[in-house]
Design a protein around this ligand. Structure first.
Ligand code: ADP
Ligand code: MG
Length: 684
C-alpha cells in the first residue's frame, strides 16, 4: 500500500483501532498530521555503556543493554508504595533498576528479557548505585533501540513510546507526497531547504551535532522561518490591503516650523529623541501612511516627541488625535499640552464624563476643523466623532493596539499617520512578533540629571521600619504612593485588600492626609483625587495599579509596593517610574515574602529594556504584556527570543515581497502558507 499524507492513521502499520482512536482524539487523523508532529527531544542510544562502567557515569543519562537476572515487585511497609526492582546484567557487571508506583511493570518485564535501558545512574540514599525510573525497551536482534538516535515525542493517549515511533515512522513514507507551501523561488530567497527533507531530518536526525541540538540545523531553520514568515507576511498583507489609499496630504517642515518647535521646547532634546523625531518626520512627509511604534524607557521623554509630531501636522493644516488609556492620563496630557502650547493650538478634551454641552462643542469643533488637537480616551474612536481632516493619531501607553482600533482610526481620516507608544519597553524580539507590521523607533537614552531610584526588597515583618521612613520623608515635604496588587478591578470583592490597606494606613499615619484611589471609582472622583495629590493636598495615596501608567507628580518620591511578588518586572518598573520625576531623592520599596530572587534582581536593575528581557525569560510574553490572550506570541516551533534573528529575516523578506512582488502575490503566498499545518514540537 502506498502511504500518502491523506492516509488515515488506522491504516498505518502498528496502529490498531484502539491506538488509531487515541491518535484521532489528539487531532492526529492522517499520516500528514503525524508528519507535522515533531519530537521535542532526542536520545542518543548509539553508544551503550558497559554495566561495569556505570559507576563512572553517575548523574548523566546512559544507555545500557543487558539481560534481566531478576525482577520483583514489593510494597514498602511505611508508605504502601509499590516498588519494582530489576537486576540487569551484561557480562561485565550488574546494576539495579528501580521503578516506583508502576506495579504494572511486573507484568511487562520478566526474568530473561533483554532490555535496552536509558536512564541516569545515581547513588541512592542507602549508598547503592541504581537507576530510577529508566526508559526501557525490550529488544531482540537489531531492534531500533539497538544503536540509534531516538526521537522522543509527547505522549499520545497511552500509546507506548516505541509504538508511537513506529506509527510515525510509517507515516514518514508519505513525505514524497507532501506539497511544499513555499515555491522554489521563495525557498531560494529565504535561503531554506525543502520542507520534506527538513521534516524527515527532524524526525530522524542523521546526527546530533550542536547545530541540531540548538535548533540551528538547516532543517530547523526551514521550519522556524516558515512559521515566522507566515506571520510577518500576513501582518504586512493586512496592513497593505488596509492602506490602499496613499495619503493626499502634503506635509512640509520648513525653517519657520523648526523655529516654532524650538520656542516651544522647555529643554534640549536628547540625541535619541532627535533621532526618532527625524524618523517620524520623514514618515509624516512620505506618501505612505506612517505606522510606527515608539518605544522608550519610563521617563525617556516619548510625550514631547509625539507633541512635536503633532505640531508639524497641525501647522500643515490637519488635525491630531491623542488617545490615552485612562481619563487621568488624558487629563494630564491635556494640562501639559496647554502649558506647553499656550493658545497657539486649539486643544480639546474628549472623555466619558463630558457634559452634553461640552460634547456638542467638541463634535462641532472637530467636524469643522476648529479644534486642532483632541486629547481623550478611546471615546475618541466612537462613530459620532468626525474629524474635518485627521492627519495623525497618537496612541499613548498602549500595550496592545488592536487591528480593530486601527481600522476605526483609518475610517476617521484620510489614512491618518499612526504613532503608537508603549508604556514600558518591550524586548525587540517581542515587538517584532507582536508589532511586526509597525516600524520601530527606540529612545534608548534618558534625559540628563535623572534621579537614581533606590530600590529595596523588604519582608512584611519589616514594614514598620518602612512606614517610619515614609513618615520622615513626608515631614521633609515628600509625598508617597502605596500600591496594592489589584489588577482585576471588575469585582468589588477584589478591592478588599486595598480598602483594608487604606484603613491600616490611616491608622498608622493619623496625622497625615491619606487618600484612596482605584479603577472602580467614578472618573470625576479619580480625577479630583489625582488633582489633589498633584497640588500636594494628599500625603499618601493608597492605590491600585491605576496609577501605573504615565502619572507624573514630581513631588512624589516614595513608592511602596505591597505583595510585590504578584507583579511582573515590567509592571514594577512602570510603577517605580512614577517616582524620581523631580529633584527629590526617590525610593521604591517592594514588600514580599516570596520570589525574593526575582525581586532582588529587579532592585538591582534600573534599565527597563533589561527588565523586559528578564521578564520575558522568566514569565513569558503573556505576563509581560499583561494580557492572557497573547496567542499570537505562542509559536508552535520557533521561539521568539532564541530565534530573533530568523524573525528579523522573515520580516525583511515580507517587506521586500510586498514592495517588489505586490500585495496580490503576497496574499496568494500567505493563503498557501496558512493552508498547511504548522509543525509543532510540544512537550506536554
Ligand atoms: P515617558 O517616555 O515615560 O512618557 P515623559 O514623556 O512623560 O516620559 O517624560 C518624562 C519627563 O521628562 C517629563 O517631565 C518631561 O517633561 C521630561 N523630559 C522629556 N524629555 C526631556 C529632555 N530632553 N530633557 C529634560 N527633560 C525631559
Ligand atoms: Mg508617557
Amino acid at each position: 500500500m502506498t502511504i500518502t499524507i491523506d492516509t488515515p492513521v488506522r491504516a498505518l502499520p502498528g496502529a490498531g483501532p484502539i491506538r488509531a482512536k487515541q491518535l484521532e482524539e489528539a487531532g492526529l487523523a492522517t499520516a500528514g498530521d503525524l508528519i507535522y508532529y515533531l519530537p521535542y527531544r532526542y536520545e542518543d542510544r548509539r553508544h551503550p555503556v558497559r554495566i561495569a562502567d556505570v559507576g563512572r557515569h553517575t548523574d548523566t543519562p546512559v544507555l545500557l543493554r543487558g539481560k534481566v537476572m531478576s525482577a520483583n515487585l514489593h510494597t514498602t511497609r511505611l508508605k504502601r508504595m509499590k516498588v519494582f526492582e530489576v537486576v540487569l546484567e551484561d557480562g561485565t557487571g550488574a546494576v539495579k533498576l528501580v521503578w516506583f508506583n508502576q506495579g504494572f511493570l511486573g507484568d511487562q518485564i520478566r526474568r530473561g528479557d533483554r532490555l535496552a535501558v536509558f536512564g541516569t545512574p545515581k547513588i541512592s540514599s542507602y549508598g547503592q548505585l541504581q537507576i530510577e525510573s529508566a526508559d526501557w525497551e525490550k529488544f531482540e536482534g537489531d531492534d531500533e533501540a539497538d544503536g540509534a538516535i531516538v526521537p522522543i515525542y509527547s505522549k499520545v493517549g497511552n500509546i507506548p513510546p516505541k509504538a508511537l515511533r513506529q506509527i510515525i515512522g510509517g507515516a514518514l513514507n508519505a513525505l514524497p507526497t507532501l506539497d511544499d507551501p513555499l515555491a522554489p523561488a521563495l525557498r531560494k530567497r529565504l535561503g531554506v531547504i525543502d520542507l520534506a527533507p527538513a521534516l524527515e531530518q527532524i524526525h530522524r536526525p542523521p546526527q546530533l551535532d550542536d547545530a541540531f541540538l540548538f535548533r540551528r540545523s538547516r532543517a530547523h531553520v526551514r521550519i522556524i522561518l516558515q512559521e515566522f514568515f507566515t506571520l510577518q507576511l500576513a501582518l504586512r498583507v493586512r496592513r497593505a490591503t488596509e492602506e490602499v489609499k496613499t495619503k493626499t496630504r502634503k506635509i512640509k517642515v520648513d525653517d519657520e516650523l523648526r523655529a516654532e518647535v524650538k520656542r516651544v521646547l522647555p529643554f534640549r532634546l536628547t540625541k535619541a529623541q532627535k533621532r526618532v523625531l527625524k524618523e517620524i518626520a520623514t514618515d509624516l512627509q512620505s506618501e505612505k501612511p506612517m505606522y510606527r511604534l515608539l518605544e522608550g524607557d519610563v521617563g525617556s521623554g516619548k510625550t514631547i516627541v509625539a507633541l512635536i509630531a503633532a505640531i508639524i501636522m497641525i501647522r500643515n493644516g490637519h488635525q491630531v488625535a491623542l488617545l490615552a488609556p485612562t481619563e487621568i492620563l488624558a487629563e494630564q496630557h491635556y494640562q501639559r499640552i496647554r502649558q506647553l502650547l499656550d493658545d497657539s493650538v486649539v486643544v480639546a478634551k474628549a472623555t466619558g464624563s463630558m457634559t452634553a454641552g461640552e460634547r456638542r462643542t467638541l463634535l462641532a469643533g472637530l467636524r469643522d476643523g476648529f479644534i486642532q488637537l483632541a486629547v481623550g480616551t478611546h471615546a475618541l474612536l466612537e462613530d459620532r466623532i468626525v474629524f474635518k481632516s485627521l492627519g495623525l493619531a497618537i496612541v499613548d501607553e498602549q500595550h496592545r493596539f488592536g487591528v480593530e482600533q486601527r481600522q476605526r482610526l483609518f475610517a476617521k481620516g484620510d489614512t491618518p499617520d499612526i504613532l503608537v507608544m508603549t508604556a514600558t519597553p518591550i524586548p525587540r524580539s517581542l515587538a517584532l512578533a507582536m508589532y511586526g507590521d509597525l516600524e520601530l523607533s527606540v529612545i534608548d537614552e534618558l534625559p540628563p540629571g535623572r534621579q537614581q531610584i533606590k530600590t529595596a526588597v523588604r519582608a512584611p515583618e519589616q514594614i514598620e521600619r518602612v512606614y517610619h521612613f515614609i513618615d520622615t520623608e513626608i515631614t521633609a515635604g515628600a509625598q508617597a504612593y502605596i500600591v496594592y496588587p489589584i489588577i482585576e478591578e471588575s469585582e468589588k470583592s477584589n478591592l478588599k485588600p486595598l480598602t483594608i490597606g487604606f484603613e491600616a494606613t490611616k491608622m498608622r499615619f493619623p496625622n497625615r492626609r491619606v487618600a484612596m484611589m482605584h479603577g472602580r471609582m467614578p472618573p470625576a472622583e479619580k480625577e479630583e483625587t489625582m488633582q489633589r495629590f498633584k497640588r500636594g493636598e494628599i500625603d499618601i495615596l493608597v492605590s491600585t495599579t491605576v496609577i501605573e501608567v504615565g502619572i507624573d507628580v514630581a513631588n512624589a518620591s516614595f513608592m511602596l509596593i505591597i505583595d510585590a511578588d504578584r507583579f511582573g518586572l515590567s509592571q514594577l518598573h512602570q510603577l517605580r517610574g512614577r517616582v524620581g520625576r523631580g529633584t527629590r531623592h526617590s525610593y521604591c520599596v517592594l514588600v514580599a515574602d516570596k520570589e525574593k530572587d526575582r525581586l532582588t534582581q529587579f532592585a538591582k536593575t534600573l534599565n527597563g529594556f533589561d527588565l523586559a528581557d528578564l521578564d520575558l525569560k522568566l514569565r513569558g510574553p503573556g505576563e509581560l504584556l499583561g494580557t492572557r490572550q497573547s496567542g499570537a506570541m505562542r509559536f508552535r516551533f520557533g521561539h521568539i527570543v532564541r530565534d530573533i534573528a530568523l524573525m528579523e529575516k522573515a520580516r525583511d523578506l515580507a517587506i521586500e515581497i510586498i514592495e517588489k512582488d505586490g500585495v496580490t502575490k503576497a496574499e496568494k503566498i500567505v493563503q498557501k502558507l496558512l493552508g498547511v499545518p504548522v509543525p509543532a514540537s510540544v512537550k506536554d
